[in-house]
Ligand binder design. Structure first.
Ligand code: ATP
Ligand code: MG
Length: 445
């Protein structure tokens, strides 16, 4: 091994990254850049995962070729991004991102980008608190590595000699299972608060530990997460919770204060209540189990599992006061979504699906249900049934309903549950009534 002034270079025979593990399009792209005289590295999460012998979710290529040069080399290339141009190579099986090495917000002097005529805006911009608003200059491979979030995400694989390059302490941290921000955690989490969620995500999904000083800083800064854009936070929520480590991620969010900043109502409701925490944990563990079985939950099912117990309790309280369950649940759901619109903006479509999943529980619970073959055709049926299963794992009173639906779906009990002619006739009558109401302009309930 060779430790130069800065980077640690690990030759091919001393690491586990094999070209056999790279998709052919990725390999071909790296070769074409190299054969045309450019430096070409795989960088970031894909190198981390290859070293851990996990299958990377995506592959990112970094190069010293400028966007225009990349475009000339690849016919399937489209340049995207208004200020920092990225190359997207379009293949039949997806898009491969190729980016020119970038420098971070503090290394303006090394900017290799040629000035753009009539271009007066600074290429780096932070707001008063230090959050990066704009960050787009070309740089060296080392600068590109050091602007990344965590040491384990800053490793590179060099197609020129098949070596792995470590510009920080990435390899040691990977071996020790540590999530360590590159540089001062306070500065890095302030520049981009979403890095706090990324730290939690990698700690949960890789079963790693966030380095103690960074964890302390994360807990101090947790309330600043709300400065990130709600749309970006929603995307991060999905990555955090739909990939099989939701239970662990939730625990870290809760104790760090991130949960309170993102979902104040839910966090208040949970408080220190062990029973409620147990319900939440059981729900998330069941979703994780589904992920391991290759059935990741839809966003709507996840949010139903996340908010469902809180909404169920509110609904019950409303019923005790004589208010119909549906009304209380809808009102509570609207309050939750309103709160979310300022933090994690859940798209309207997902919010509606979530409402439907919860609303359908009433029909799924009754045994035997009325008009089951109509129920199964509803778009949210699969998720609603999965939700019924979630409740089942908590030992709820829905065992008989679960058994009934399992039998129905496997076709075993078709003779018992076939809709009676009376059922069908009454459904027809209802449909006719609805049509008449609509024709008269009366809103249909
Ligand atoms: P995943 O397995 O979820 O894809 P990843 O580490 O590859 O994890 P990506 O979101 O694909 O994450 O990002 C690719 C790389 O870009 C990261 O590994 C990291 O080096 C860098 N990166 C991503 N987001 C940030 C950020 N907010 N700040 C700094 N670097 C980042
Ligand atoms: Mg990735």
């Amino acid at each position: 091994m060779l430790r130069a002034m800065q980077p640690l270079i690990i030759p091919r025979k001393e690491h586990r990254v094999s070209r056999k593990k790279l998709p052919p399009n990725v390999l071909r792209t790296l070769y074409r850049l190299r054969d045309n005289g450019f430096t070409a590295y795989l960088m970031g999460g894909c190198v981390r995962d290859l070293l851990l012998e996990r299958t990377p979710k995506d592959f990112d290529i970094a190069t010293d070729a400028r966007p225009g040069q990349i475009k000339r080399l690849f016919r399937n290339c489209r340049l995207v991004g208004r200020r920092f141009r990225l190359a997207h190579l379009h293949f039949a099986d997806g898009i491969l991102e190729v980016s020119t090495f970038r420098a971070d917000a503090l290394s303006d002097e090394s900017d290799m980008e040629r000035p753009v005529p009539n271009h007066h805006k600074p290429r780096h911009l932070k707001d008063d608190s230090g959050m990066v608003l704009r960050d787009n200059v070309f740089g060296t491979p080392e600068q590109d590595a050091l602007r990344r979030d965590f040491t384990i995400n800053a490793l590179a694989y060099n197609i020129a000699d098949f070596s792995v390059i470590d510009y920080t302490t990435g390899l040691a941290d990977l071996r020790d299972g540590l999530i360590r921000p590159i540089g001062d955690p306070y500065v890095r989490f302030t520049e981009d608060p979403v890095r706090m969620l990324r730290a939690v995500r990698f700690a949960a999904s890789h079963d790693f530990v966030i380095e103690p000083a960074a964890w302390e800083t994360l807990c101090t800064l947790s309330s600043t997460i709300s400065r990130a854009s709600p749309a970006r936070l929603y995307e991060e929520m999905l990555k955090l919770f739909l990939l099989g480590a939701a239970g662990r991620a939730f625990g870290l969010l809760n104790i760090s204060g991130l949960l309170a900043a993102l979902f104040p109502m839910l966090s208040n409701w949970l408080g220190g209540n062990t029973q409620r925490l147990n319900i939440m944990n059981a729900n998330l563990e069941t979703l994780d189990c589904r992920c391991r079985m290759g059935m990741p939950p839809s966003p709507a099912l996840f949010f139903a599992a996340f908010f469902g117990p809180l909404l169920a309790e509110t609904t019950l309280a409303g019923r005790r006061d004589g208010i119909p369950g549906r009304l209380t649940r809808d009102a509570a759901c609207t309050d939750l979504m309103k709160e979310c619109s300022e933090t994690v903006s859940i798209p309207g479509k997902v919010a509606n699906q979530l409402r439907n999943i919860l609303a359908m529980q009433h029909s799924l619970h009754s045994v035997p249900p009325r008009r089951p073959s109509v129920i199964v055709k509803r778009p949210e049926f699969a998720d609603a049934l999965a939700y019924l299963h979630l409740e089942g794992t908590l030992g709820g009173e829905n065992q008989s309903a679960l058994e009934w639906w399992d039998a129905f779906l496997s076709g075993k009990s078709s003779s018992i549950i076939a809709e009676t002619p009376a059922d069908e006739a009454s459904a027809k009558r209802r449909r006719r009534r609805k049509r008449r109401h609509r024709a008269k302009g009366t809103p249909v309930k």
